[in-house]
Design a binder for this molecule. Structure first.
Ligand SMILES: C[S@@+](CC[C@H](N)C(=O)[O-])C[C@H]1O[C@@H](n2cnc3c(N)ncnc32)[C@H](O)[C@@H]1O
Length: 288
């Protein structure tokens, strides 16, 4: 386990993932009934962007650094507000030093009746995350293989919730594992909203991954992808994608507003592109 998210915190991929996660939580919170967020690969929860690690890559400067406290068109601004307010609340003196990872962002958007279960396997990162949530009775932090949590922790007793699966893609076969993991988890919690993250880079088996997902019997599956640069430069990612199972009915329209803004603001060269389309359900999927 070499992956450490501090090097990537707040980058363009985090912006898309966390903006969408916030939309999912805001939608869940429209009903009084409690929900649970299961975060299978949680990271350390709070990132210091002034740290040596974050400064070394500077990835956040081409992510949240291009968005926070800048001019944003009104409709996109309204949709980004819950996410950006959380980031601002962590930096009350202005500027941008602290950035919320998925469990912290989730926790900031939860109501008193809602719950968070977060898994982190790396011993140091687990310790850091556990300390961050120390004494918080609404959150349960566990040092556990997140893939196992997809079985053992589903369905949640609230029977409503969001499952975020955000693995580090350090080892071969992670796309297949993601599709298999989703299938198993969905069979245990078919009414849940699932959000899966995946990287885009040269040679990534995206078409096969999408085909594998389409072959599952899951009826509603939305896909969104944001490419920020050409994949000819093989260092790092050229983009990232999310699969959202059982999305709120509003999400596709929201993405149609957000994506053109995010693409324009986060692009690194003329190969930038963005799309949102149904892999299964709602409308005929576009061809890859
Ligand atoms: C991409 S990062 C998570 C970022 C976080 N979800 C966020 O958005 O802020 C992936 C994390 O998964 C952890 N990890 C790796 N393998 C794991 C496993 N099998 N189970 C749980 N956590 C794992 C890594 O240590 C790393 O902290």
């Amino acid at each position: 386990m070499n992956y450490r998210h501090i090097y990537h915190a707040g980058n363009f991929a985090d912006v898309l993932k966390h903006a969408v996660l916030a939309r999912l939580i805001v939608y869940m919170a429209q009903k009084d009934k409690a929900f649970r967020v299961l975060d299978t690969h949680a990271g350390i929860g709070l990132y210091d962007l002034s740290s040596e690690e974050a400064q070394k890559t500077g990835e956040w400067q081409d992510g949240i650094g291009r968005i926070l406290d800048t001019d944003i068109p009104a409709k996109a601004k309204a949709l980004l507000e819950p996410y950006l307010t959380a980031v601002r609340d962590l930096n009350p003196d202005g500027g941008l030093t602290l950035y919320p990872g998925s469990p912290k962002l989730t926790r900031m958007l939860m109501r008193p009746q809602d719950r968070l279960s977060a898994m982190e396997l790396h011993p140091d990162d687990y310790e850091t995350l556990h300390r961050l949530f120390d004494g918080d009775f609404q959150s349960r932090i566990t040092q556990l293989d997140g893939w196992l949590a997809l079985g053992a922790h589903l369905p949640p007793k609230e029977k409503r919730g969001i499952v975020l699966v955000d693995p580090p893609f350090e080892i071969a076969g992670e796309y297949e594992r993601l599709a298999d993991g989703l299938h198993k988890a969905w069979r245990r919690f078919s009414g849940g909203t699932f959000c899966l993250w995946y990287p885009l880079k040269q040679g990534a088996p995206i078409a096969a991954f999408h085909e594998a997902l389409k072959a599952l019997e899951i009826p509603k599956m939305l896909c969104t992808e944001l490419v920020v640069r050409s994949d000819r430069d093989t260092t790092g990612l050229s983009g990232s994608g999310l699969i959202i199972v059982n999305p709120p009915f509003t999400l596709k329209d929201e993405l149609d507003i957000l994506l053109p803004f995010l693409k324009d603001r986060l692009k690194q060269d003329r190969h930038a592109s963005a799309r949102a389309f149904w892999l299964r359900g709602e409308e005929l999927p576009e061809r890859d």
